[in-house]
Design a protein around this ligand. Structure first.
Ligand code: FES
Length: 145
C-alpha cells in the first residue's frame, strides 16, 4: 500500500510500490491529462510537479512520493497561464501540451519574468512534434507581462 497526495487529495494505492507514477495516474486513478509519450524520460509529455518542481511521471516511482505532494494538469491552478495558452492558440495536435503547461508553470513560479534564453532552457526537455515552440515562448512571455 502506498499513500499519494495528488492535487491536494490523499489516495491509498494497492499497487507495486515500484510502479511509475504515470501508470498510477492514468491506469488506476483515471487522471489521464498526464500523457504517455516515450516512457523513458526523454519527451516531457508526462511532466507533473512534485513539491512544486517539474518531474517526469514515467521515471518517478510511487514509493518515492511518500510524504510529497504531486500536482497534475487536473490540479494546475494557473488560470492566467491557461488563458495565455489559449490566446496564443499554442496547441496543434495537443498531445504534449499538458506537459508543456506543467513545465511552463514551474518555470514561472520560480522566475516570473524569464528571458527567452531562460524559457528555452527550462522548456528544452519538453518535445513537440508539431513544432509549437514559438507559440509556447510567446505564451510564456505574455504571462510574464
Ligand atoms: Fe515521460 Fe516521455 S513519457 S518523458
Amino acid at each position: 500500500m502506498s499513500q499519494l497526495r495528488i492535487n491536494g487529495r490523499l489516495y491509498t494505492l494497492d499497487a507495486d510500490p515500484r510502479m511509475p507514477l504515470l501508470w498510477a495516474l492514468r491506469d488506476i486513478l483515471g487522471l489521464t491529462g498526464t500523457k504517455y509519450g516515450c516512457g523513458a524520460g526523454l519527451c516531457g509529455a508526462c511532466t507533473v510537479h512534485v513539491d512544486g518542481k517539474p518531474a517526469r511521471a514515467c521515471l518517478t516511482s510511487v514509493q518515492s512520493l511518500e510524504g510529497k505532494s504531486v500536482t497534475t494538469i487536473e490540479g494546475l491552478q494557473d488560470d492566467k497561464l491557461k488563458d495565455s495558452w489559449r490566446r496564443h492558440k499554442v496547441p496543434q495536435c495537443g498531445y504534449c501540451q499538458t506537459g508543456q503547461l506543467m513545465s511552463a508553470s514551474a518555470l514561472l513560479s520560480q522566475n516570473p519574468n524569464p528571458s527567452d534564453a531562460e524559457i528555452d532552457s527550462a522548456m528544452s526537455g519538453n518535445l513537440c512534434r508539431c513544432g509549437t515552440y514559438t507559440r509556447i515562448r510567446d505564451a510564456i512571455r505574455d504571462h510574464a507581462r
